[in-house]
Design a protein around this ligand. Structure first.
Ligand code: ADE
Length: 223
């Protein structure tokens, strides 16, 4: 039984979705003077939207979730609140996905009050309509059932976190694992196969991070 519904997104799909998103924007008649990528997830979609819409100006804003040490609740914050003068310009804020929408709402409000564009519209490759607090002006895919989209630009980071999560749960009763066993539990939890190259790299990172120890082809959970 898959525990976290996950879809592996390919680079080809990213190009197709970004091209589709650019078409949606173009057919609305909106022509941005500047594209603002929401860092980090919006970087690649924003760059592709610039390409497909022939927009030269691309800047970014980092709006991120962070967990306060003493709290369980997550907050969003603008990491580098620098000022950019966008007066008189039509801006397009681009992200990969609108999930809860919290980081995007924060970025939108910050840009409107601090950068003051003439107009600001929001675009995302995907919009998870049942959970999102905002609907982007432009999107390519409406997602009706929440799932994790494993985008190519977070493949390593996600693989590390996914293995860590699965082994932390399973590791309560089993401390020693073979490579194949870890691969199998990964597929059982997430239902996707990231391929051997990413899998080996993630295990190497987990050893470097001190979460696993490798000895004689076996992996030991250290914590
Ligand atoms: N970032 C926030 N929500 C996400 C999701 N459901 N899939 C991939 N990346 C995300």
């Amino acid at each position: 039984m898959v525990k976290v519904p996950t879809k592996l997104v390919t680079w080809d799909e990213i190009v197709e979705w970004s091209m589709g998103l650019a078409e949606v924007i173009k057919s609305s008649g909106f022509r941005p003077d500047v594209v603002v990528a929401v860092s980090r997830g919006g970087y690649i979609p924003a760059r592709l939207v610039c390409d497909f819409m022939l927009v030269d100006n691309l800047i970014s804003i980092q709006s991120q979730h962070w967990t306060e040490a003493a709290k369980v609740a997550e907050k969003a914050l603008i990491k580098y609140p620098y000022k950019v003068d966008l007066s008189g310009q039509r801006a397009l804020l681009v992200d990969d996905i609108v999930d809860t929408g919290d980081t995007l709402i924060l970025a939108r409000d910050f840009i409107l009050s601090e950068w003051k564009p003439k107009e600001l519209k929001i675009a995302a490759l995907q919009w998870i309509s049942p959970v999102a607090k905002i609907k982007p002006d432009f999107y390519y895919i409406e997602v009706k059932d929440w799932m994790w989209f494993q985008y190519p630009w977070t493949r390593h980071e996600d693989t590390v976190q996914f293995i860590k999560r699965a082994l932390s749960e399973e590791g309560k009763s089993k401390k020693v694992w073979s490579f194949e066993e870890i691969r199998n539990v990964f597929i059982e939890y997430y239902g996707i196969d990231v391929g051997e190259v990413y899998f080996k790299l993630a295990l190497k990172s987990l050893v470097d991070l001190g979460f696993l120890k490798e000895e004689g082809g076996k992996y030991f959970i250290k914590v």
